[in-house]
Design a protein around this ligand. Structure first.
Ligand code: ARG
Length: 455
């Protein structure tokens, strides 16, 4: 492609470090879409003849079908997908292929291809997130009034509902969805026509190619257009935050499915056995989701590091953007699908959840609130009295509802039998009706709201 200037071919090591065809072939469809749009524009602008443009556009479809059917011969000597496609086009249609690269460069070409690829991924992640959220909403609806312990410091805190816990993740994934959508809006400017770095003297129509490729507008600065990879970084950042959420949930599933917790039973379809311990049913999918997140964070840091300190405009460093994004995208999609499958299939063990909800003095706050409400005690005093009751229960080896009224009155004489009403876990969750609270009525409202949003 640059034989005019060169007398010798590249060293084998040069070829090995330089070539990107091993991975950027994943952008073949995007490359061909970009080239077809460019060819049509060249003809419309009178830069090439209609017949040449038609030959290019048809020939590019032939090349695409060869790639899709697996018969295409990728060449490392041709470095990347852009030159592989163009060289094959030359074989298929002959001379007109030589006019395709008029008014563009591989620099704007690769930026365009990669943006199109990332944009497709944002849409795929959008769909996968919605599917996962629907599965969580179903779990929430089924168990809107099932009680379980809510934790802080992984110590029993207050009873919450299963539905509320599921809906907490819906909120998180909902924000992830928002980030994905924001990124898509911001990235949707077309680099094509920025050429190598400075634009071109050919009378190209950048509005036309932008429109053809589904972009909102052409990018406004040619130097920026070929240098920008923040669209990929935004994808990786959004992916990292989403992955972080997935890993928290995965960790909970690992804990919850243990024999010590028994909060959930994961389906056989999403578990594995042990080759030596016959009783084992391992939450491998959850563990792998938890672990895969490392690669996604890694990709984010790697690309940030590649880009930092790069002078404008294009440098070959930027070829290192793609594998990171491809790997992160693949693993995020896999993790989302696996989580959706696990959530759909898992069954919450209502009895275990309820038994655990009542243990660990989980209604101590309800007791303190009762002292405030009924006896008009300042909360700090109520906290102290409740603490004494918890210590008494602990000493007797019982839970709060098991103390007798006489026990209670020995700590504070004004306590009446009504107090036992607030010590039950169902009353406890039902009472927390503040907006965003764990009461089943609130959970059902939120589930309905999200169902409407998710359609
Ligand atoms: N394979 C290259 C990449 O992925 C394409 C752009 C090459 N541009 C250049 N000036 N050498 O970045």
């Amino acid at each position: 492609m640059w034989g005019g200037r060169f007398a010798a071919g590249p060293d084998a090591i040069m070829e090995a470090i330089n070539a990107s065809i091993g991975f950027d072939r994943r952008m073949a469809a995007q490359d061909i879409a970009g080239s077809r749009a460019h060819a049509a524009m060249l003809a419309a602008a009178g830069i090439v003849s209609d017949s040449d443009a038609e030959a290019m556009r048809e020939g590019l479809l032939t090349v695409l079908s060869e790639i899709e059917s697996g018969e295409f011969n990728f060449s490392t000597a041709l470095e990347d997908i852009h030159m592989n496609v163009e060289a094959r086009l030359k074989e298929v249609i002959g001379a007109p292929a030589g006019r395709l690269h008029t008014g563009r460069s591989r620099n704007d070409q690769v930026a365009t291809d990669f943006k199109l690829w990332v944009r497709d991924q944002l849409d795929a992640v959008d769909g996968a997130l919605q599917a996962l959220m629907r599965a969580l909403v179903s779990q929430a609806e089924a168990g809107a009034d099932w009680v379980m312990p809510g934790f802080t410091h992984l110590q029993t805190a207050q009873p919450v509902t299963w539905g509320h816990h599921m809906m907490a993740y819906v909120e998180m994934f909902g924000r992830d969805l928002g980030r994905v959508r924001d990124a898509r809006v911001r990235m949707n400017e077309c680099p094509l026509g920025a050429a190598a770095l400075a634009g071109t003297s050919f009378p190209i129509d950048r509005e036309m190619t932008a429109r053809d490729l589904g972009f909102d507008r052409p990018s406004a600065n040619s130097l920026d257009a070929v240098s920008d990879r923040d669209f990929a970084l935004e994808f990786l950042s959004a992916a990292s935050i989403c992955a972080m959420h997935l890993s928290r949930m995965a960790e909970e599933l690992v804990i919850w499915s243990s024999a010590q917790f028994r909060f959930v039973t994961l389906s056989d379809r999403f578990s594995t056995g042990s080759s030596i311990m016959p009783q084992k049913k391992n939450p491998d999918a959850a563990e792998l989701i938890r672990a895969k997140i490392g690669r996604i964070f890694g990709a984010n840091v790697a690309l940030m590091t590649v880009m930092k300190g790069l002078p404008l405009a294009y440098s070959k460093d930027m070829q290192e953007d793609k594998e990171q994004v491809f790997d992160a995208a693949d693993n995020l999609m896999l993790a989302l699908a696996a989580m959706e499958g696990m959530v759909k299939d898992m069954s919450a063990n209502r009895e275990s959840l309820e038994a655990a909800a009542g243990s660990g003095f989980s209604t101590a706050t309800d007791l303190a609130d009762w002292l405030v409400r009924v006896l008009d005690m300042p909360f700090r005093d109520a906290h102290h009295v409740t603490g004494a009751l918890v210590a008494m229960a602990e000493g007797k080896g019982v839970d709060l509802p098991d103390l007798s009224l006489a026990d209670m009155q020995s700590v504070h004489s004004d306590i009446t039998g009504d107090i036992f009403d607030v010590l039950g876990v169902h009353n406890s969750v039902a009472s927390r009706t503040s907006y965003g609270g764990t009461a089943p009525v609130r959970v059902r409202e939120q589930a309905a709201r999200w169902k409407e949003i998710l359609g």
